[in-house]
Write a new protein. Structure first.
Length: 140
């Protein structure tokens, strides 16, 4: 019996070692949470509302994550999650009919309500949306 307990203890320690990080902390691999239905579409519709020609918009490089909390700006209060963050780029026609180039957008959504949406001015104008996406790990 003593040998069986010793074998189980050694086997358990070996299994824990395989799942340990280099600094000795236990790492638990959990599946990524699923994207809540409709948040991508809701974010796109939010961006389209502020455009001169909503029918002309093209979206690309979109990503969605579930955040445990978010903060709007350096001095904003932290908002507890889960909060869906939708980031990406969009292109649309401007008031003169020409395309303006792909620009970044960042939309935070909680319980189906848009908390805020940041939109950058143009392809060569990284701003709050780009840096928000980069901070969320959704922009390179």
């Amino acid at each position: 019996m003593r040998a069986l307990i010793l074998a189980l203890a050694i086997g358990g320690a070996a299994g824990a070692q395989e799942n340990a990080s280099p600094n000795g902390e236990l790492r638990l691999d959990a599946p990524a949470p699923r994207e809540p239905g409709g948040v991508r579409r809701q974010a796109e519709d939010t961006i389209k509302q502020g455009l001169a020609d909503p029918a002309s918009v093209e979206f690309r490089a979109e990503g969605v994550i579930q955040a445990t909390s978010v903060k709007h700006g350096d001095f904003g209060a932290r908002i507890a999650g889960p909060v869906s963050v939708v980031c990406g780029q969009y292109n649309s026609r401007d008031q003169t009919g020409g395309f303006r180039g792909f620009a970044w957008f960042f939309v935070a959504i909680k319980h189906g309500q848009v908390l805020w949406a940041d939109v950058d001015g143009g392809a060569d104008d990284p701003g709050a949306a780009y840096y928000g996406c980069k901070g969320a790990g959704l922009a390179s």
